[in-house]
Design a protein around this ligand. Structure first.
Ligand SMILES: *Cc1c(COP(=O)(O)O)cnc(C)c1O
Length: 378
């Protein structure tokens, strides 16, 4: 059988472990809204969402855009789905048709939704988001009076939740977090007599600010293994060595000869490149694990492959390369790749996730699933 050259490995057991860590952090009374936008941060929204629905009792999912919500409905997600980001007016009928919950950011959209709901005599549960200092989507706190007035005019819109989003919760020491919480508390106090879902925290808020949990939280990256030491990265990137060779001293390696051999050097080719989400910034900086040892990247990362130094190492064609992941006590994670390429783990994960050439292999309880949907009865 022809082997795969490079692939993502998605460990569903770790996803459950991470969810357990999050639940322990927030306590049993706080609802966990699973954020599965951007194809579940590159892990595959179909399998991840159906898996969480069946194996983790998740009651609410969140996506960024309405098409992602429609997709989840079409594949069989029957729980609540929040559409977090502002959308175009033409999306309005689809919220009703697919029972998606808008997280409304502005008066105009609220008004348009309300008119539609009255004209069609259709009910819709809605959430509001307030801009307490994110400076992106959301009503300004001063708009709450006007919102309440509009909601009275549109009885088919049923207010179910109030939310806000933090700007810098990864930084525990930034006093801006406390400022945002204060503004959110003011809003909370205006609405708290109603039985609503109040959600304020993403991963940073969940792990750094226990007093920010309210009665629901919206973890994204922590589900996938980043944001706390107890979490386990769900995605690994693997490949097989496709070429091993010896270069003489004084030989340039790769485009632009950014690396010159200083002695006779054994190299190997790893068959994935920036087209697969392995960033070009990692040229001459990144490392991989082969046969239990770290090997450094030399030369530029190109579109389809990159080169590693395997001098004095036992490496042959076909050997397994851990490009991102763990081999015993050695590890390369998205955090390391992010630091080396001047970005954040989110961009690394979604970068690998959008690579069409990489196949996804799902694992659960140590077993590789050839067809996770059927085998797990999702
Ligand atoms: C993406 C997103 C989240 C999840 O954030 P993480 O940092 O990945 O936990 C939560 N809320 C909103 C509004 C988001 O856009």
């Amino acid at each position: 059988m022809k082997e795969i050259l490079a692939w993502r490995e998605i460990n569903l057991s770790f996803l459950l472990d991470n969810l357990k860590v999050i639940k322990e952090k927030v306590g049993g009374k706080v609802d966990v809204i699973a954020v599965v936008k951007a194809d579940a941060y590159g892990h595959g929204a179909k399998v991840i969402s159906l898996f969480l629905q069946k194996y983790a009792n998740i009651n609410t999912f969140a996506v960024a855009h309405i098409d992602e919500g429609i997709f989840l409905r079409k594949i069989g997600v029957n729980k609540k789905i929040l559409v977090l980001s502002p959308q175009l007016k033409s999306s309005i009928p689809y919220y009703f048709e697919y029972e998606l919950t808008p997280v409304i950011s502005d008066i105009e959209f609220l008004d348009e939704l309300g008119k539609y709901s009255n004209n069609k005599d259709k009910k819709l549960k809605v959430h509001l988001i307030f801009d307490t200092g994110m400076g992106r989507e959301g009503f300004l706190p001063s708009e709450s009076e006007e919102i309440l007035k509009l909601l009275r005019r549109y009885p088919n819109l049923i207010l179910e939740g109030i939310s806000s989003h933090l700007s810098n919760p990864e930084n525990k020491k930034d006093p801006y977090n406390i400022f945002q919480k204060k503004l959110f508390y003011d809003i909370y106090n205006q609405f708290k007599d109603e039985d609503l879902v109040f959600h304020f925290s993403n991963t940073g808020g969940i792990f750094n600010f226990p007093e920010f949990h309210f009665n629901a939280v919206r973890p994204g990256i922590s589900l996938y293994g980043y944001g706390d030491k107890l979490l386990k990265p769900v995605m690994e990137i693997k490949a097989r060595i496709t070429l091993v060779k010896e270069l003489p001293e004084g030989w340039g390696v790769g485009y632009g000869h950014t690396f010159m051999t200083e002695k006779s050097t054994k190299i190997a080719i790893v068959p994935l490149g920036y087209a697969d989400g392995y960033r070009r910034d990692l040229s001459n900086k990144g490392r991989v694990i082969v046969n239990g040892e770290y090997c450094k990247i030399i030369g530029r990362v190109s579109m389809d492959q990159f080169t590693i130094d395997i001098t004095d190492k036992e490496v042959k064609r076909g050997d397994l390369v851990t490009v991102m992941g763990r081999e015993n006590e050695k590890m390369v994670d998205a955090q390391e790749l992010a630091i080396l390429s001047n970005t954040i783990p989110y961009e690394i994960l979604t970068g690998f996730g959008s690579a069409k050439r990489l196949k996804s292999i799902y694992k659960f309880q140590g077993k590789v699933l050839n067809d996770p949907i059927t085998e797990l009865n999702l």
